[in-house]
Design a protein around this ligand. Structure first.
Ligand code: NAD
Length: 406
């Protein structure tokens, strides 16, 4: 298949491009490289040394003889460029990662809120609009998030996208329907993913677009089978307070002797998936497109759930790290349960990598190896969800220790 990977220079997009290229597909990455600019804005860098996208694709060609093409396009702003590219290439499938994906970044300031909404909603809408205009019957696979459901449950498992409900009619009868599970976004970033869902519902129903939306858990790990093939194919690894996801942050904190930073009671339960499983799920989704005219296909792309403090305690036990209990910058329930249904990918053959099996090798192979690249001052998460929370945030969890040591 000819597959366009939008956002293919990113953390999940790059290993997906390699995985699908390795499987024999013709891969085209479209990306505006905004994530690299945001690194510059924040004064951070990936823990792993990343080459330019052109260099990465050159190395892949040298290693495998396979070409991955790259086109610099801003999906949110270059509508005509995007439309012309799609008209010329007419891909069989499109995988859409191209959004601003950090909740803390989206909550940094009013400017960051505007940027995230404009970027994410326009990128998705421009794509859908162009597909209809060009009569492009490509299967669109979008990376959404488990965060669209929110994290408080009523003791029932979260279904894969649709909730069966009974609605009482005027005659007192009960009519059964399946509706989109009620959205409950916890940040501006998550809100854009909820808006994406509505755009997909509309375009699938109105124009018959074939769409799969993957509600993904927090991705952990770095390597996939293909990124291991050459040092310059390595994936990015974010550890900073805005883009670093919770487990990857604990890993580098353990590797550099920084206290594991738990926000609040650490009673937040979250869904996780290893990067290798994430790329496998995307391949499985591509192999099973919905029929034209059917509703949006939704998968929960996660393999296990954990409470944040349990993860911190597990890593502390494995590495002898301390835990720092900090005020929570987010406005969220202190404790939540999370039970998630994920049978659809398991039924398609996914055999998940378990967190306990992969953690130590991530600490040793990646976090310790590149620890010299870490700027400790970028580790704390300081984006506050509200003006009331902002003054409570601890900007230097190490401060007391460093002072007493000096
Ligand atoms: N990483 C996770 O843990 C996680 C969890 C759940 C869902 N997701 C979703 O998966 C997708 C990919 O996440 P990631 O971690 O790889 O993020 P990332 O930031 O590493 O990659 C996103 C890529 O999209 C590009 N991009 C952003 N806006 C663009 C635009 N307007 N035009 C063209 N390119 C643009 C960026 O330059 C970047 O290369 C995101 O949509 C995210 O919401 C990620």
């Amino acid at each position: 298949m000819k597959i366009a990977i939008l956002g293919g220079d990113g953390f999940v997009g790059w290993p997906t491009a390699l995985h699908l290229s390795d499987a024999g597909h013709d891969i085209h990455i479209l990306d505006n490289l905004s994530r690299r600019w945001i690194d510059t804005e924040l004064g951070v860098q990936s823990l792993t040394p990343m080459d330019s996208i052109q260099e990465r694709t050159r190395i892949w060609h040298a290693e495998t003889g396979r070409r991955i093409h790259f086109k610099l396009i801003d999906l949110a702003r270059d509508y005509e460029l995007l439309k012309n590219w799609l008209a010329e290439h007419r891909p069989d499938a499109i995988v859409h990662f191209a959004e601003q994906r950090a909740a803390p970044y989206s909550m940094k300031s009013d400017r960051h809120k505007n940027y995230t909404v404009n970027n994410n909603v326009n990128a998705t809408h421009n794509l859908l609009n162009a597909m209809v205009e060009l009569d492009l019957d490509a299967h669109l696979v979008h990376l959404g998030t488990m965060g669209v459901y929110g994290y408080s449950t009523v003791g029932a498992a979260i279904p894969e996208g649709y909730l069966p409900v009974g609605i009482e009619t005027m005659d007192g009868e009960t009519v059964s329907q399946e509706i989109l599970y009620p959205s409950n976004p916890g940040s501006i970033y998550h809100m854009t993913k909820c808006l994406d869902q509505l755009l997909f519902q509309f375009y699938a129903r109105n124009d018959g677009l074939r769409i799969t939306d993957l509600h993904q858990g927090i991705v952990w790990g770095t390597h996939t089978e293909q990124t291991r093939r050459h040092p310059q194919l390595i994936n990015r690894f974010d550890y900073d307070g805005d883009y670093g996801t919770v487990l990857n942050r604990f890993l580098i904190q353990a590797a550099i002797g920084y206290p594991l930073t738990v926000h609040g009671t650490g009673g937040q339960t979250r869904a996780f998936i290893h990067i290798q499983d994430s790329v496998r799920c995307i391949e499985l989704a591509l192999k099973t497109p919905p029929a034209r005219g059917s509703r949006v296909e939704i998968f929960n792309q996660m393999t296990e759930t954990h409470r944040v403090r349990d993860l911190a305690e597990m890593i502390a036990r494995m590495t002898g790290s301390e835990i720092a209990w900090l005020p929570n910058p987010r406005k969220e329930a202190a404790e939540n349960e999370l039970v998630v249904r994920n049978e659809k990918f398991l039924a398609l053959g996914l055999d998940p990598i378990r967190l306990e099996d992969g953690l130590l090798s991530e600490i040793v192979d990646v976090a310790k190896k590149f620890a010299y690249r870490i700027d400790r001052s970028r580790v704390p998460a300081v984006s506050a969800w509200t003006k009331e929370i902002a003054p409570l945030i601890n900007h230097d969890p190490e401060g007391k220790r460093l002072k007493s040591a000096s």
